[in-house]
Design a protein around this ligand. Structure first.
Ligand SMILES: Nc1ncnc2c1ncn2[C@@H]1O[C@H](COP(=O)(O)OP(=O)(O)OP(=O)(O)O)[C@@H](O)[C@H]1O
Length: 694
C-alpha cells in the first residue's frame, strides 16, 4: 500500500514520452514532505519487542547515525565504515547454446555479442555509503544475485566496469570485513543454533579474544536476533526438520554478524517468510546499517511497509538498470518521465517490478481488462523497457557517475596494519581443532548410524558362518576369505569417502570465501574426523570373521592381518577422497569408482592366474592386489604344508593360486601401498585447492 503522501504524486498519469527531468541527484535523500515514499516505519513488532523496537526507534537520517547501543550490541558502530561504489558493471557468461540475452544487447548490441555468450549485467552503477540500506529489485532472472555476488567479490569470471571499496579494489582484508548471506542457507543441519554460531565465532573472531569472550558474542547475537527460544534446537535442512525458515535465515545472518562486518550483503533474506518475519529481518538490517555499516540486499516482492525501510534502490530489468538512487525519490522520478501507477494505494515495489517487466500501469481502473490483455504484447513491453533504460542513461546516470567519481579520500595505512589485516585470525592448530570437533559432531549420526553398523556386522557374521572353522585342508576356501577381506574393505571405505567433498562443497566455498580457515586445516580435520569410524568397523569385522572363519590361530598373524586391512582401508579412503575432490560430482565419482574397483578386483590375482602380458601390469596399480598378497603372505609361510588330498601333504607354495602371487618381497608391497596412501591424499588436496575460489 502506498503511503498517503505518495498517493497524490502517483495519480498523475502521463504517457511515456521524451520528458527530461532537471538532472536530479537521486542518491541524495528526499526533502521532507516532498512526496516521498520514505516514511518512518511503524513500530509494531511483537516477536522481539525490546531490540527491534529500539532499532526502529533508532531511525535517523543516515548521514548522522546516532547510536545508543552499548559497545556489546550487534547494532554497535562499525569499526571500519566502507563506501561501496560501482560503475558500469557488466557481466557476460558463456553459454553452450544460443539463448536470449539482456534486452539492450539483444536489440542494440547483438552484433557485438557472440551467439554463445549472454549478457547478465550491463552498465549497472550505484553508490552505497555507511549507514545506508540498499535494496536491489527486479523480476526473477534480472541479475540481482549476480550483481550482489559481484559486489561481494565472489563472482568468478571477468566483470567489466569498476567496483571500489573506500576507493580500493576488493582485497583479502575487505573479504574479512564483508558478510555475505546467500539465498539458500548453507548450514550444517545436525548442529544446534548455539553450536553453529559458537563454531563460527571460534573460527572467525580474532585470537586476541578469549574463548569466553567469543561465546559471549554468540550469546549476544542469539539474544539480539531473537533466537533464544530455539538456541538448542537443531538447525535442520531439506531432510531433517529443524528450526523454522525465518530462524534459519537469522542464524545465517548471525554467523555474518559475529565479525561485525562493515559491508553486509544478503541475497533474498526474506524469501519464503511471512510478512511479519520479513519485516523483522529488514528492520534488523536497517538497524545494522544505522550502526555505520553498508548493507545491500536483494529482495523479491517487498510489501510497501518493507519498502519504506530502504534508503536506496537499484531496479534491474534483464540485467540493465532502470533506476539507481534514493528509494524515496523513485515515484517522483518515474512520474517525471511519464510513468505513474494507475491504481491508488499501489505498493511502490509492485509498481517498480511492473515497470521492470515492461508493464506500465498508466491506465484507469475501468481499463483493467484491457490492461491484462496487453500483458502479452511483448513489443509494447520491450519498447517500455527500452524507454526506461534510455531514460535512466539520460536522466539518472550522469548525476550518479559524477557522484561516484567524486574524489574519495583513501585513508593512509601503514604496511604493518595491512599485514595484520591479511593474517589469519586464528592459528592453524585452533582451526584444525575447531573443524575437527565440528565435523565429529555434525557427522556422528552418519558415522555411527545403526544402518551402517548393521550392514557391516551382518556381512561379518554371514561370512563367518560361510567360512565356519575352515582349515588348511580347504586352503582354496581360506585364500578366498582373505581375498574377500581385501575387496570388501576396498569397496566400503571408497564409496563412503567419495561423498565427503562433493557434499561439503557449498559450505567449503562459503567459509573459505569469508577467509575463515586455511584449506589445509580443513582438509586434515576432515580426513582425521572420518578415521575413528573408518577404523573401528573393519576392526570389529576382522575380529569376528577371522576367528569364526578358522584362520591361523595365532595372535601375531591376527594382528598383522588386521593392520594390513586397516592400511588397505586408508588407501581406499584416499582414492575415494581424490575421486570426489577431482570430479565434485557424486554420480560421476561413484561410477568411476565402481569401474576402478571392478578392475582392481579382476586384476587382484585371485580370479585369473594367467593374465596376458600386455595387460598384466594392471595388478600393479591395484591396492587390493597388494593387500591380498600381504594377507596370504602373513597367513602362510613358504615352508608350510597343507593336506592337498586325503593323507597327502603338499607345499603351500606349490598351490597355483599362491605360486603365481609369490609370497616374497612383502616390504615392496607395503611400500607400494604407502605410495598410494600418500599419493591419493595429495591428489585430493591438490584437486580441492584447484577448485577453490581465489
Ligand atoms: N553461471 C551462470 N550460468 C548460466 N546462467 C547464469 C549464470 N549466472 C547467471 N545466469 C543467468 O543470469 C540471469 C540472472 O541470474 P540471477 O540469479 O542473477 O537473477 P536474479 O535476479 O537473482 O533471479 P532470482 O530473483 O530468480 O533469484 C539468469 O537468467 C541466470 O540464469
Amino acid at each position: 500500500m502506498m503511503p498517503p503522501e505518495q498517493e497524490t504524486t502517483a495519480t498523475t498519469t502521463t504517457t511515456p514520452s521524451t520528458i527530461t527531468i532537471p538532472s536530479p541527484n537521486l542518491n541524495r535523500p528526499p526533502e521532507t514532505g516532498s512526496g516521498s515514499v520514505h516514511a518512518e516505519p511503524s513500530s509494531h513488532n511483537n516477536a522481539n519487542p525490546v531490540c527491534l523496537d529500539q532499532v526502529l526507534a533508532e531511525h535517523q537520517p543516515q548521514s548522522t547515525p546516532s547510536l545508543k547501543y552499548s559497545s556489546n550490541s550487534i547494532f554497535r558502530e562499525s569499526l571500519r565504515p566502507v563506501t561501496l561504489k560501482f560503475e558500469d558493471v557488466g557481466y557476460t557468461i558463456k553459454l553452450r547454446s544460443k539463448r536470449g540475452s539482456c534486452l539492450v544487447s539483444s536489440q542494440h548490441e547483438a552484433k557485438t555479442t557472440s551467439s554463445s555468450s549472454r549478457v547478465v549485467l550491463s552498465g549497472v552503477s550505484g553508490i552505497v555509503r555507511p549507514g545506508e540500506l540498499l535494496a536491489m529489485l527486479g523480476p526473477s532472472g534480472s541479475g540481482k544475485t549476480t550483481l550482489l555476488t559481484a559486489l561481494a567479490g565472489r563472482l568468478p569470471g571477468k566483470i567489466s566496469g569498476a567496483i571500489s571499496y573506500n576507493g580500493q579494489p576488493f582485497s583479502s582484508s575487505m573479504k574479512r570485513k564483508t558478510g555475505f548471506v546467500t539465498q539458500d542457507d548453507v548450514l550444517y543441519p545436525h548442529l544446534t543454533v548455539l553450536e553453529t554460531l559458537t563454531y563460527a565465532a571460534l573460527l572467525r573472531l580474532p585470537k586476541k579474544l578469549t574463548k569466553e569472550e567469543k561465546i559471549e558474542q554468540v550469546e549476544l547475537i542469539i539474544m539480539e536476533l531473537g533466537l533464544t527460544r530455539v538456541r538448542n534446537g537443531v538447525v535442520g535442512g531439506p531432510l531433517l526438520r529443524g528450526v523454522s525458515g525465518g530462524e534459519r535465515k537469522r542464524v545465517s545472518i548471525g554467523q555474518e554478524m559475529l565479525v561485525n562486518p562493515s559491508l553486509l550483503l544478503l541475497d533474498e533474506p526474506t524469501s519464503g517468510l511471512d510478512s511479519t518475519t520479513a519485516q523483522r529481518i529488514v528492520a534488523t538490517l536497517r538497524g545494522l546499517a544505522r550502526g555505520g555499516r553498508t548493507v545491500i540486499t536483494t529482495i523479491h516482492q517487498p510489501s510497501s511497509r518493507l519498502y519504506r525501510l530502504f534508503d536506496k534502490v537499484v531496479v534491474l530489468s534483464e540485467g540493465c538498470p532502470i533506476y539507481s538512487g534514493h528509494a524515496g525519490r523513485v515515484m517522483e522520478y518515474f512520474g517525471s518521465i511519464g510513468y505513474a501507477p494507475g491504481f491508488n494505494f499501489m505498493n511502490p515495489a509492485d509498481f517498480l517490478l511492473d515497470l521492470a517487466n515492461g508493464i506500465a500501469t498508466d491506465i484507469k481502473h475501468e481499463d483493467v481488462t484491457e490492461f491484462h490483455g496487453r500483458l502479452d504484447h511483448h513489443d509494447d513491453q520491450n519498447s517500455i523497457k527500452q524507454h526506461l533504460i534510455s531514460s535512466y542513461k539520460k536522466n539518472v546516470y550522469p548525476a550518479l557517475k559524477a557522484e561516484i567519481q567524486e574524489n574519495h579520500k583513501i585513508p593512509l595505512r601503514t604496511s604493518s596494519s595491512r599485514d595484520s589485516e591479511n593474517q589469519w585470525l586464528t592459528t592453524w592448530w585452533e582451526q584444525f581443532m575447531v573443524l575437527l570437533r565440528r565435523g565429529l559432531k555434525e557427522r556422528k549420526h552418519e558415522s555411527y548410524s545403526g544402518l551402517r553398523i548393521f550392514q557391516v556386522m551382518s556381512v561379518s557374521f554371514l561370512s563367518g558362518l560361510l567360512w565356519w572353522h575352515s582349515n588348511t585342508s580347504h586352503i582354496q576356501d581360506q585364500i578366498g576369505l582373505l581375498f574377500f577381506f581385501s575387496i570388501f574393505w576396498g569397496f566400503f571405505p571408497l564409496f563412503n569417502a567419495i561423498f565427503a567433498f562433493p557434499q561439503e562443497r557449498p559450505m567449503l566455498i562459503k567459509e573459505r570465501s569469508s577467509g575463515m580457515y586455511r584449506l589445509s586445516s580443513y582438509y586434515f580435520a576432515r580426513v582425521a574426523g572420518d578415521l575413528p569410524m573408518e577404523l573401528v568397523l573393519p576392526t570389529v569385522f576382522v575380529t569376528v570373521t577371522y576367528w569364526m572363519g578358522g584362520l591361523k590361530p595365532s595372535l601375531i598373524t591376527f594382528v598383522l592381518t588386521l593392520l594390513i586391512i586397516l592400511f588397505n582401508v586408508l588407501v581406499s579412503q584416499g582414492l575415494g577422497l581424490a575421486l570426489g575432490a577431482i570430479l565434485m560430482d557424486v554420480k560421476q565419482a561413484t561410477t568411476l569408482a565402481s569401474v576402478t574397483m571392478l578392475v582392481f578386483l579382476l586384476a587382484g590375482g585371485y580370479y585369473i592366474q594367467k593374465v596376458p602380458a600386455f595387460i598384466a601390469w594392471l595388478k600393479y596399480i591395484s591396492f587390493s592386489h597388494y593387500c591380498y598378497k600381504l594377507l596370504v603372505g602373513v597367513q602362510y609361510s613358504e615352508n608350510e604344508f597343507y593336506e592337498c588330498e586325503f593323507g597327502l601333504h603338499c607345499r603351500v607354495m606349490d598351490l597355483p593360486g599362491i605360486k603365481c602371487l609369490g609370497l616374497d618381497n612383502k616390504w615392496w608391497d607395503v611400500a607400494a601401498l604407502t605410495v598410494m596412501f600418500v599419493g591419493y591424499r595429495l591428489l585430493a588436496y591438490v584437486a580441492l585447492r584447484m577448485g577453490q575460489p581465489h
